[in-house]
Design a protein around this ligand. Structure first.
Ligand SMILES: Cc1ncc(COP(=O)(O)O)c(C=O)c1O
Length: 413
């Protein structure tokens, strides 16, 4: 079904794309961080100006503030496809992985094995490597397939064993944008008796997440890349929570639920702001006349628009003899998100990005904290890395056309 996205309507929700008085900027650095949508910004402001009292007291304003924060957590739960009592919020995905890996110490003992990948952002690698080290367990590295720049079932089979306790991998590679078949890979890991940790950071801004249906025991993503504030959220299954050690005060027992994994509590105003994300999707659905779940409808439209957006960029790059696309070359939305990595023969990635800076395009180069992926992807200079242009649903065809014009000039200079 053809489902277009009304971009002039969408962009009204993102005044931060064109702040008054600022020089124009084509924002293709969205995998680094997206612009928050206006209802989020408004909800944060409202909380700060009207509700900023201590939570948990019995006076009415404290109760109202608690309700606003709870509504924000419920919004994160909707985005994860779960219920609020299974959600852990944190300052960032890196922090969540740090806290939850510490919590999962009882799951991993001497002689056990923990699988991590060489494709992931380090947030979903380092914490688990450190856990294994502390517990006397062995780290097994699931290596990426250099031809497809992705993680494969064959690669997983090589590192799975009877002592595998955890398999930690990315839903979508943040450097190259390739989407993995999480249900199949999770089922493979579970058949070996392992628990599954999925980093959904590069996936969640583009597609609907249903953490449980994906087969993840822990699924995390960063809300500041998903049109929200600088926070992250995770689905943490009740089964994992039951074996996990509390990371909060000693007097907070099992009745405290997932608050045991939110030491210091959540950021109140930013959490309250999350309710605005649902408002955005509801407004999108109403405007486009979509029935059913507004998140399903919105992400469905995003996927179609993004595929159409990235197709000419990939086609241009593929036709340019000096360019190597790193990763999936097709724009098929089942295979990739519109995060595109490439290198140019005879030109440093840094040089191209500096030229883009001067021309009003926000792109970036480097390893994007997926440092371990650089050598297997054939990138000898990890710091120079790849050039990455990362688009989201609020980007326009006109912006892509302008970027292609810039690339033409920069590569022929
Ligand atoms: C795939 C992926 N995982 C994890 C992270 C880390 O997220 P955070 O900044 O919330 O710690 C990033 C950030 O770029 C990412 O792209």
């Amino acid at each position: 079904m053809e489902r277009s996205l009304d971009l002039s309507f969408v962009r009204r929700f993102f005044p931060g794309l064109t702040p008054e008085g600022a020089p124009p900027l084509v924002l293709f650095e969205n995998a680094g961080g997206s612009i928050p949508c206006a209802p989020v910004v408004e909800a944060i402001g409202r909380y700060l100006s009207e509700s900023m009292v201590q939570l948990g007291a019995s006076y009415p304003r404290s109760r109202a503030a608690g309700e606003a924060v709870a509504a924000g957590k419920a919004a994160a739960a909707r985005l994860l496809g779960t219920s609020p009592e299974h959600v852990v919020l944190g300052a960032s995905t890196t922090m969540l992985m740090h806290v939850l890996s510490a919590a999962l110490a009882p799951l991993v003992g001497p002689g056990d094995e923990v699988v991590v990948t060489d494709l992931d952002h380090e947030a979903n690698v380092g914490a688990w490597r450190r856990l294994a080290e502390r517990q006397g367990a062995t780290v097994r590295e699931w290596r990426l397939d250099p031809t497809s720049a992705s993680l494969t079932a064959e690669g997983l089979a090589e590192v799975l064993g009877p002592r595998t306790r955890l398999v930690c991998f990315t839903h979508c590679a943040n450097v190259v944008g390739t989407i993995h078949d999480v249900p199949a890979l999770a089922a493979q890991a579970k058949a070996a008796g392992a628990r599954v940790v999925v980093d959904g950071v590069a996936f969640a801004p583009h597609r609907r997440v249903d953490a449980k249906a994906l087969g993840a025991d822990l699924y995390a993503f960063s809300l500041y890349k998903t049109y929200g504030p600088h926070l992250a959220c995770a689905y943490f299954s009740p089964e994992l929570a039951e074996v996990a050690a509390s990371q909060n005060h000693f007097f907070l027992g099992p009745e405290a639920g997932h608050y045991r994994f939110e030491p210091g509590n959540v950021n109140h105003e930013l959490t309250a702001g999350l309710a605005g994300l649902l408002g955005y999707f509801e407004d999108l659905a109403a405007h486009h006349g979509d029935a059913g779940d507004p998140l399903d409808a919105g992400f469905g439209r995003f996927a179609q628009h993004e595929a159409a957006l990235v197709a000419p960029l990939l086609a241009w790059l593929a036709a340019e003899p000096r360019v190597r696309i790193v990763g999936e070359a097709s724009s098929n939305p089942a295979k990739r998100v519109p995060t595109v990595a490439f290198t140019v023969e005879g030109m440093a990635s840094r040089a191209l990005v500096e030229a883009a800076d001067a021309a009003g395009f926000a792109i970036r180069h480097g390893h994007f904290y997926a440092r371990r992926a650089m050598a297997p992807l054939g990138l000898a200079d990890a710091e120079d890395g790849v050039v990455r242009a990362s688009l989201v649903h609020y980007n326009t065809h006109e912006e892509v056309a302008r970027f292609l014009g810039f690339l033409e000039g920069a590569l022929s200079a």
